[in-house]
Design a protein around this ligand. Structure first.
Ligand SMILES: O=C(CO)[C@@H](O)[C@H](O)COP(=O)(O)O
Length: 232
């Protein structure tokens, strides 16, 4: 089986992370899933973005077994894998993790990122939620945070296609999408609206959210604006 397409897409997405301003050092990783084979490519752990090639992407199956690759896969691989297991059937084929600073500020504060304006609701149909605090588990003499579990648990009553991002408490954001480009775009949008929200809340700490009629464009698209007034 030739996995060159996901190798290339994964390489391109990881290579462009530094220019987006979302990553410091190597605090960011992108993966890309081939939904037909259930194989995904992910950035190798700790490798500088300038040293990446399509060939040094690591390929794994959804059981977590390395299929191709000499280098150690990202330390966030279990989380990427968990999200594919939960949501690949809803079209999620790429996951991004960064420590982008404004989104991390909300994650570290334990606060959902509120929908304060139309920029936010262009990408996220509601507040971007923060997870509960993770526990740590002993795994084969090592340890593993239950990052993927707390994300999927938090989305038990949310639609990951409507809100394609999460804030892992005391860690940072994960975003996802229907392509590598879309997942990186969603990660960028998250950081932009987190920056806007921080500044808006500094100017007006009483803010809780934008008025309904300014954040319900998803409702308008589905039902028409006139239905909105009938609904109230
Ligand atoms: O937060 C952590 C590690 O604590 C990771 O998210 C790193 O920031 C990226 O790790 P690699 O992808 O290089 O393994």
């Amino acid at each position: 089986m030739n996995y060159q397409a996901i190798r290339e897409a994964c390489y391109e997405a990881n290579r462009k992370l530094p220019a987006t301003g979302l990553v410091d050092l190597t605090f960011g990783n992108v993966s890309v899933l081939d939904p037909d084979s259930g194989i995904f490519a992910i950035k190798p752990s700790g490798v500088d973005y300038d040293a990446l090639t399509p060939e040094n992407m690591v390929l794994l199956d959804l059981d977590g077994r390395i299929v191709e690759g000499e280098l150690r896969p990202s330390s966030d691989t279990p989380t990427h894998r968990r999200l594919y297991c939960a949501w690949a059937d809803q079209g999620v084929v790429s996951v991004v993790h960064t420590h982008s600073r404004n989104a991390v500020a909300f994650a570290q504060s334990g606060r959902d990122l509120p929908c304060l304006g139309t920029t936010h609701c262009d990408y996220f149909n509601g507040p971007v939620p923060v997870t509960r605090i993770m526990s740590v588990n002993e795994v084969d003499g090592d340890y593993e945070w239950e990052t993927g579990n707390v994300i999927v648990e938090r989305f038990a009553d949310l639609d990951p296609t409507e809100i394609p991002a999460i804030l892992v408490q005391h860690h940072g954001p994960f975003a996802w999408g229907t392509s590598a480009n879309k997942s990186v775009e969603n990660a960028r949008a998250l950081e932009i609206v987190a920056d806007m929200a921080l500044k808006s809340l500094a100017l007006n700490p009483d803010l809780t959210g934008a008025p309904d009629h300014l954040r319900n464009k998803h409702f308008f698209r589905k039902h028409g604006a006139s239905a909105y007034y009938g609904q109230r």
